[in-house]
Design a protein around this ligand. Sequence first.
Ligand code: ATP
Ligand code: BTN
Length: 272
Amino acid sequence: MFEIDLQETAIIPLLHTQWLGKNYIYLPEIGSTNEYLKERAVQGNIPTGTVVATDFQTQGKGRLQRRWEAPPGTSLLLSLLFRPAWLAEQTNWLTMIASVAMAEAVEGETAVPVRLKWPNDLVIKVENVGHKVGGLLLEGDVGADGRIRSVVLGIGLNVNIPAEQLPAGVTPPTSLLAVLGRPVSRQALLVDFLQRVEVGMATAAAGQSPQAAWQKRLITLGQNVQVTHTGTKQAISGVAEGTNALGHLLVRDGAGRLHTITAGDVTLRMKT
Ligand code: ATP
Ligand code: BTN
């Protein structure tokens, strides 16, 4: 049995949002919250702002068909449904808003600084090395007009995973428990996160880009990086100089050429 901290009765009374999470669905176990919400969204019978949370995923996924692993009852495993009137390329704003919201929620609850690794990782620096504490996965359904019909934003945060149960990863993983030596309330983090996302969406709807707040947290900038296309295996090495308004990474190679990298099918490694 799990703690009751993520169940509807534990979350809904604490959530002071206007629309995000007003339709809140808790599932003790599911394949993947993203897959679940995508299916429901295509069926069309659920509102924007629906949030799905689970205690365990049997088919949790990262980008590029990779797996997202988390022992039962230890993590935040969430998916959020949006139907913004945006062009497809602007959906990166959702990743920015949610990344910053989760970083701020963690910092608010624990005072542990959270940074971001482009394109979609939440990291905590341990002895100056970025350790992955969470990740985001955005999956959109785009119409023929280039506008978004629906988009599902998945986020996984390693809250109370004991150090010895952390999954293996190229970027070394960590959890809030491993960093702090004490468990952290998933309920408080979830509520704080959703409230911050709603505020971030309102700011974006008013026309203000979330890019500056997001870019400030990127540990990737100023670093030597290698970006490899997973399909073609083509690689670009250079210095990550910045990002553009859509969240693409700007990498200057050794010959001085500036490359604009979209997150789609690339893996980024930082060279030390
Ligand atoms: P990396 O995280 O290695 O830099 P990436 O960000 O390009 O790579 P993603 O597809 O975004 O990779 O993330 C999935 C990867 O995250 C998996 O391949 C695995 O290495 C790692 N991973 C899986 N579960 C967790 C977890 N709970 N905590 C941290 N890392 C995890
Ligand atoms: C990554 O770093 O590649 C992103 C990981 C995203 C994991 C979350 S957990 C909740 C949601 N459901 C999934 O299957 N994946 C996302």
